[in-house]
Design a protein around this ligand. Structure first.
Ligand code: NAD
Length: 407
């Protein structure tokens, strides 16, 4: 089953739960706009997408992924999740996502720049601070955002610094964007730990050691969680007494895989997922937990920093096994919330203090958590935090569509 078909099943569940009419749900069953091309770079073809899923709440907003497995199914699903995430976070955006199918580890820095610029060249007419605003995602970063901004400004001038977020500070970005996704996830982990788990010395395993996973590991380590295992695309490393995360970060910065870290036991990504820990943080890619491994998951609490790491069949198994899952559209929304701060600041020219913005991020994360948790605990038919989050997000989009006279 495709990732998107899985989303449709989840949407239908919300339809039943909230008595949504077919004509109303129809606006959420397919993307508003799909743009596809093959970028031609020195005779090599690079399939590239930019998909806006929904615009009821504002312009498109969502990252750009560079990965050899990028597909239309994946980009469409990521754009759908962005629509729900932005709705739940109460920020004035629809949802969008982009991607280029290639392996960025196999090209030179010069080629990476050409590919990034070519993407903006091709999609220029569809992108802009009031149309669709990209940001970083897997294997893209502030350098890629800088080339993209520069390419855009060669045609548009400096009128729209908010056309892209996740920029470096010198080009109008915010220092705190780099750790925003993990910060949001960390704040929710703290809520869980204090109000629900109620146990000292929590053991954590983290799959994925990039922008989301590495920073999460650092924050949890500083807050005295025992991070016993982490992994990247090469594999994982486990140490029962807790890994020395700061040293591991230095090691990773030397372009090393965490799998080659010498103090600890080498494990596979599959083994990491099945460890007997209190909290499992998923911070890599989609479909990491499926019906094939869901029964083996021991962690009672799962946090989806990645988008879509648990498919729908696995969800059902985990719910039946009384696991608590903090869903992606809530858990990783810190990134897009801070992108919104960057965009708003670029538009007004006002520069706001980081302390003020960090407080605002915290307020927004806790507010979303509270709304989701209240819905989940207050309505018997709501089976999971995911259903609660989806339900709130979908209903808000549909209200906006009604105001617009679209349904
Ligand atoms: P990244 O490129 O910085 O890091 C990805 C990490 O995942 C790397 O450590 C990589 O080695 C690892 N990885 C890749 N394939 C793997 C596999 N098969 N098994 C285990 N690890 C694997 O990307 P990121 O920005 O950290 O994104 C990770 C996830 O978080 C994605 O799902 C992304 O959509 C989501 N996310 C990121 C942000 C953000 O601000 N960066 C915001 C919201 C959601």
């Amino acid at each position: 089953m495709s990732i998107f078909d899985d989303n449709l099943i989840r949407l239908r569940e919300i339809q039943t739960l909230e008595n949504i009419k077919d004509e109303e749900l129809a606006v959420l069953l397919e993307p508003a706009q799909t743009n596809y091309t093959e970028l031609d770079i020195a005779g090599h073809k690079f399939p590239a997408w930019r998909i806006v899923y929904n615009r009821a709440l504002g312009p498109g907003k969502g990252g750009i992924r560079f990965h050899p497995e990028v597909s239309e199914d994946e980009v469409k699903s990521l754009a759908f999740w962005m629509s729900l995430k932005n709705s739940l976070a109460n920020i004035p955006y629809g949802g969008a996502k982009g991607g280029i199918k290639f392996n960025p580890k196999e090209v030179s820095l010069e080629e990476l720049e050409v590919i990034s610029r070519k993407y903006i060249d091709y999609f220029y007419n569809f992108i802009g601070q009031d149309k669709d605003i990209p940001a970083p995602d897997v294997y893209t970063n502030s350098q890629v955002m800088s080339w993209m901004l520069d390419e855009f400004e060669q045609r548009a001038g400096h009128h729209e610094p908010g056309m892209i977020t996740g920029k470096p500070v010198e080009l109008g970005g915010l220092t705190m964007r780099a750790d925003a996704t993990a910060e949001g996830g960390y704040l929710l982990t703290q809520e869980l730990a204090k109000k629900i788990i109620n146990k000292k010395e929590l053991k954590v395993a983290i799959q994925g050691f990039g922008n989301a996973g590495l920073v999460m590991a650092e924050k949890l380590f500083k807050a005295h969680y025992q991070v016993v295992a982490v992994s990247d695309s090469q594999g994982g490393i486990y140490q029962e007494t807790g890994l020395d995360i700061p040293s591991l970060i230095t090691f990773k910065a030397q372009k090393q895989s965490v799998h080659n870290w010498t103090s600890g036991e080498k494990i596979s990504n599959a083994e990491l997922l099945e460890l007997d820990v209190d909290i499992l943080v998923l911070a890599a890619l989609e479909n990491q937990i499926t019906k094939d491994n869901a029964q083996q998951i021991k962690a009672p609490y799962l946090i989806e920093l990645a988008n879509g790491p648990i498919d729908n069949e696995a969800d059902q198994i985990l719910i039946a096994n009384h696991k608590t899952i903090v869903p992606d559209i809530l858990a990783n929304s810190g990134g897009v919330i801070v992108s919104y701060f960057e965009w708003a600041q670029n538009r007004t020219g006002q520069i706001l203090a980081e302390e003020y913005l960090r407080n605002l991020l915290q307020k927004k994360m806790i507010n979303s958590w509270q709304r989701v948790y209240d819905k989940y605990s207050g309505q018997e038919a709501v089976r999971s935090l995911r259903q609660a989050a989806y339900s709130l997000a979908v209903q808000k989009i549909l209200v906006a569509e009604k105001w617009r006279g679209k349904i």
